[in-house]
Design a protein around this ligand. Structure first.
Ligand SMILES: Cc1cc2nc3c(=O)[nH]c(=O)nc-3n(C[C@H](O)[C@H](O)[C@H](O)COP(=O)(O)O)c2cc1C
Length: 307
């Protein structure tokens, strides 16, 4: 059995979601926060709330940061360390053009010089455990080659690789060949991430790459929050159980977001995101009804009708 990590998913896996998932379902060794960044010289209050240890009690969570240079990196790690964290994940994979075009996320992979500066700084913080989540490159799927040379020489707990380029976003062929090369050349514990949605996928990966440290799942867990639990228990749940799990998790989230989010329109949009990747589980008709619900009342009716 290989540990399962819950990928960071901006707009989905906030503190409320992570906490509730952990308490209700579990099966996850580690959750990562969506990336925290510097905006107008500070961390946004929304992001501070998300990583505040008070909101993550009992949840095995690692904060993730995104940065374009040593200055942003140094500011973020100091702030996060001051909150009491000892582990920080570095985002070198985000494909959102707004970030990547400014040299953050997968955009940093083309700048080995900046990564080298950051790597030197990491060596000056032996009290912190750093990990990296990355892609093959931004535009060029071979950018990882010089980057891995630097990272191999940097103290890291692990690297997570999503073997696509940033330009590919979340679709298109996965670079399995590049992943196999990375697997051979990486000196750190390696975690595979990308398109794992079924128990068979998990079993195939653990057999194909027996030295993997973990598997990281994102959209597969949003669609089927019990996937890691099913894997740990060695039992595939039925369709009814999957639906019931989604319903129960959704209800618990609704109860909490109703206190946090102001107004029906905002609550509707927040909750609707919960179903964004669930079409394979709930079916096309129900999925369309939820996505096109238009307002909170229609939305709640659509949820009631889920079978
Ligand atoms: C809506 C959305 C938001 C994401 N936010 C983040 C993020 O904040 N940090 C990050 O490292 N990756 C982020 N990702 C990428 C995921 O963590 C993951 O690498 C990607 O979805 C591929 O894994 P999957 O196929 O299991 O979903 C995001 C992906 C999506 C679809």
């Amino acid at each position: 059995m290989i540990p399962i990590h819950f990928a960071p998913l901006q707009g989905h896996t906030d503190d409320v979601y992570r906490r509730t998932h952990h308490q209700l379902i579990g099966g996850i060794e580690r959750y990562y926060t969506p990336f925290v960044r510097v905006e107008a010289g500070d961390i946004r209050s929304k992001d501070r709330r998300d990583i505040d240890p008070k909101n993550n009690v009992g949840v095995p969570v690692v904060p993730q940061i995104i940065f374009k240079n040593l200055k942003e990196f140094a500011y973020l790690i100091e702030e996060i360390q001051a909150m009491g964290y000892q582990a920080i994940d570095l985002n070198m994979g985000c494909p959102f053009p707004l970030q990547a075009k400014h040299g953050r996320g997968s955009g940093i992979l083309a700048h080995a010089d900046i990564i080298e500066e950051v790597a030197q700084n990491i060596k000056e913080h032996p009290q912190l455990a750093f990990s990296v989540k990355m892609r093959l490159g931004w535009e060029d799927g071979e950018e990882w080659i010089p980057v891995l040379k630097i990272l191999n020489d940097t103290p890291l707990t692990h690297i997570t690789l999503h073997p696509r380029t940033g330009m590919q976003q979340y679709k298109g062929d996965i670079g399995y060949e590049a992943f196999a090369r990375f697997y051979e050349e990486c000196h750190h514990p390696l975690i595979y991430n990308g398109d794992l949605t079924t128990l068979d996928d998990l079993h195939t990966m653990e057999k194909r790459y027996p030295r993997l440290a973990a598997l990281m799942l994102g959209r597969g867990l949003l669609a089927r929050p019990s996937l890691a639990r099913e894997y740990a228990d060695g039992r595939e749940w039925s369709h009814e159980e999957h639906l019931q799990c989604l319903r129960t998790l959704h209800q618990k989230l609704t109860d909490q977001y109703a206190h946090i989010v102001k107004g029906d329109a905002q609550l509707h949009s927040k909750l609707r995101a919960f179903w964004e990747y669930t079409e394979p589980i709930i079916g096309r008709k129900a999925y369309k009804k939820i996505m096109k619900s238009g307002n909170l009342r229609n939305y709640l009716n659509a949820i009631d009708e889920l079978r």
